[in-house]
Write a protein that binds this ligand. Sequence first.
Ligand code: BGC
Length: 738
Amino acid sequence: MTLPVNAGAQDAAEIESRIQALLGEMTLDEKIGQMTLVHSYGPIEGDFLENLRAGRIGAILNDVDLARVNEMQRIAVEETRLGIPLLVGRDVIHGFRTVMPIPLGQAASWNPELVERGARIAALEAASHGVNWTFAPMIDITRDPRWGRIAETLGEDPHLASVLGAAMVRGFQGDDLAALGTIAACAKHFAGYGASEAGRDYATTNIPENELRNVFLPPFKAALDAGVASFMTSFSDLNGVPATGNSLLLQDILRDEWQYDGFVVSDWASVEQLKIHGLTANDRESALAAVTAGVDMEMASTTYREHLADLVADGEVSEATLDEMVGNVLRAKLMLGLFENAQTDPAALPPTGNPTHLQVALESAVQSLVLLKNDNDTLPLSDAGLSSVAVIGPLADDGYEQLGTWIFDGDPSLSQTPLAALTGRAGDAFRVRHVRAMETSRSRDAALEEAAAAARDADVALLFLGEESILSGEAHSRADISLPGSQEALVKAVAATGTPVVAVIMAGRPLTLANVLDDIDALVYAWHPGTMAGPAIVRVLFGDEVPSGKLPVTFPRMVGQVPIYYSQKNTGKPATPESVVHIDDIEVRAAQTSFGMTSFHLDAGATPQFPFGFGLSYTTFAYSDLELDREAVPYGGTLTASAVLTNTGKRAGTEIVQLYIRDPAASVTRPVRELKGFQRVTLAPGESRRISFRLTPELLSFTGRDMQTVLEPGEFRVWIGGNSDASLQARFDMLGAD
Ligand code: BGC
């Protein structure tokens, strides 16, 4: 895709001098205007129009009516004193009209190039509606599937989220923000939001600084390195100081250590909420806390508009501080080329929902699917071998629910459902009988008998289960993460017929599936796959595409295991297969220490249902011959680790080869495994290839006790394999510095 570059693209020095020139002319009121992001929707009139003309609004969010957006830009440019254009923000999270899989689903592709293309399509479609700034990527790390916002994340792992988050930034922003069809990205939510207590949205987070730096911050640094134009603060309270007023995050780390020169926006009314958190006594104090910490722009609430001028007059905030903050905002506007052209001509951009966009959504959905179980090679189905298929469940034919959370602009009329795709494929070759069985995914009553009757008459029962969109996303956390409503009963009723059961689960989070796994012969985890769910799923079910997705997040057996994640610490008493006893097997009045004293749950054991990185294929892969190019690495040197991957099955397939390390003795305990590299590799049946990874000193470093990045000499272990339980292992030593 080559797009014309806006003639306004400018070099950095010119941008800085234009910022200074503007600041020199701006009144205090106009400066505060640039720090104000208002929700706008509807007619441009009244106070809103007056504020717009007076330069008291620097940015708007949530209007995608192009005529209105163009008119607002015209007013900002032609009718305000200094003609400063507007930022137009929108939550374009996984597509605009054309909807890609939810970010967690995209993460299951482990394919940065595809994630980048998805974001590019989203940018093009959003830009055609006047949007020039998206509130994405969301790169919060979470290990808690109860949290509804896990759907928006790129998974539990800092390395995977860093690589994919940077890819999204590149997709939205391209190489040149001023180019037609690129939009500014926003790394959010800075930081720690994903650690919300009990997975309850907006809840408190307590994260030791060392953990914050080693786990939660790396994706933000990667987004920054990819050039992300803005950061959004988190709603959450971090260690007693809500992120929106947290100067460790916003000053010490973001500005001083990382030297960030983009702008920072609050989350929705999160400045005003500092008072509700209990950090400040009133709005004036909230404005002061947020400005002092470094929030350049306030979203939705108006404490800046109401109190900043007074705070400056009273000497509590210096105008020089404001100048720097306003400069950060103006820099983004200049880089976007908005001063040269703030008007959007939709004819200059590709139409939304066009075949190229749908094709990317299809590829993205295909690669997001994870095959979690496939007993007796139930899948792929063969058209020739089928005479009748039962399609059962609330999500088989629901073009809205397959889109997932954050689809303000998603167009369900573009959606292709699994039922439609199956019916299209069947033609006269086999019969398709559809029983929705439950009105919604939450329904308490299910047409069990009708479903069973359909299954009984069919060669295979395809169950489309999971969560409707509203059960995940912001403020939609769950304490019980099993299949909602009567879905478990539905699975059991269908399984009892003896017809092979294939379950396709669409959901915004990992669900606990232990109650039904044995009833299912094959299981495809589909997340919310977006517009092209139907063709993607059907192509995989019938083997036109070989599944390649891998889990970007650990699946617990029971919700009580949460947080459970592969890169846990070892503890002083790690569980071993021998030390784990099940509650049903404990002798009556067993002696307290009789089965060892290790770290596990009596009812759930020590392992997850499915580990991070796991996913099956229609072929099989074997790993062998792990080699390191040296066993002793000079301090600060780089090592190459490689292993031979062989396609041992009968079909061509793509494997996501994963490299993990462990630093078994360090000044701060390190995780039992950490992902440090991955590659998608496609092999023909019988083909072998040696796959190499470079382990650089950066990848082997971590934040040590004094919060500095350290590379520590000593032993390291390395694994290469197909998931986080990989067994092929080697070791090397990092030699000491002389
Ligand atoms: C969410 C943000 C979002 C913002 C604007 C907030 O409630 O936390 O992620 O970007 O609203 O819609």
